[in-house]
Design a protein around this ligand. Structure first.
Ligand SMILES: NC(=O)C1=CN([C@@H]2O[C@H](COP(=O)(O)OP(=O)(O)OC[C@H]3O[C@@H](n4cnc5c(N)ncnc54)[C@H](OP(=O)(O)O)[C@@H]3O)[C@@H](O)[C@H]2O)C=CC1
Ligand SMILES: O=C(O)[C@@H]1CCC=N1
Length: 266
């Protein structure tokens, strides 16, 4: 694991929780303090990038998009070999597999993945796209690793910037809605503690219904919306204030930003 930040740590935590032996996991992290924290928390070894990649079956790149090029250069300078069937898994938003491949030994498999932070509670939505040399058996390995921390899907790489806008950034939209509801509830006179409890449990319950009821969001919303009732009054205000248009623009902006992140660090 190269980069022991929020996402790198979440994946390490998920793998350890799922029964991967800490001795089989190695973290290369720039900040010595952060590296020490992760080693202590999970019992994994921390090493330099060069020492981490040698003999690794899977090399996960979990650094910011702007740090990817420097990291790939260091990986390529290490003892790696396409023939060893090593797999590079990039979690970086926006950076295409074609940016990795020319710098690596010929034929080395690269898989681009967009995870999300619910990985921390074993509920990630991770979406993978194979690079030029990634074969089904490589994807099976990556699916097994990501499957320890949530659900896994596959799309062609042409769709992964859109995926980034939906499930990669998606948890933030959800938390923003929660924040907005809490503030509005305080505006109605509830205490912040009560507002937070009500909103958090409402969101948790609604998410569980999405997961378990087998009904679509449209059906679930209709079941809450009594004719001429309170929900209809609220939903009509949300529509009047352009909720759908705001999401159309927001996801479009996120997708464009993902494409730009790839270009910005060329
Ligand atoms: N956060 C999210 O919800 C999601 C993030 N991603 C992607 O995951 C990647 C990581 O994101 P996130 O975990 O949030 O970012 P963080 O900044 O929390 O983590 C990145 C870590 O990598 C370290 N790092 C930087 N350069 C090196 C290096 N050369 N060697 C070793 N470690 C290094 C950073 O140290 P320092 O800070 O000191 O530079 C930092 O600790 C990003 O590319 C992002 O696009 C994907 C999906 C969701
Ligand atoms: O905001 C970002 O760029 C990263 C990628 C998806 C979620 N967080």
């Amino acid at each position: 694991m190269i980069g022991g930040g929020r996402i790198g740590e979440a994946l390490i935590a998920g793998l350890v929780e799922a029964g991967f032996a800490p001795k089989d996991l190695v973290v290369a992290e720039k900040s010595p303090t952060r590296a020490a924290e992760i080693a202590k928390e999970f019992g994994v070894a921390t090493r330099s990038i060069a020492d981490s990649v040698e003999g690794a079956d899977v090399i996960v790149v979990a650094v910011k998009p702007s740090d990817v090029d420097a990291v790939v250069t260091q990986i390529a300078a290490g003892e790696i070999d396409g023939e060893q069937e090593q797999i590079i898994v990039s979690l970086a938003a926006g950076i295409p597999t074609s940016r990795f491949e020319p710098k690596l030994p010929a034929g080395m498999a690269v898989v681009r993945v967009m995870p999300n932070t619910p990985m921390l509670v074993g509920e990630a939505m991770s979406v993978m796209s194979p690079g030029r040399h990634a074969r089904p058996e490589h994807l099976d390995v990556v699916r097994k690793i990501l499957g320890t921390v949530g659900k896994v899907a596959e799309v062609p790489e042409s769709q992964i910037d859109a995926v980034t806008a939906v499930s990669g950034s998606g948890p933030a939209y959800f938390f923003l809605v929660a924040e907005a509801m809490i503030d509005a509830a305080v505006g109605l006179g509830l205490t912040r503690a009560t507002a937070t409890e009500l909103v958090n449990q409402t969101m948790t319950g609604a998410a569980a219904m999405l997961d378990r009821s087998g009904e679509t969001p449209t059906e679930l919303r209709a079941a809450v919306t009594s004719p001429g009732g309170t929900t209809a009054a609220a939903v009509s205000e949300l529509e009047r204030n352009g909720l759908r248009a705001a999401f159309l623009d927001a996801l479009d902006a996120a997708k464009k930003r993902s494409v730009d992140l790839g270009r910005a660090h060329e």
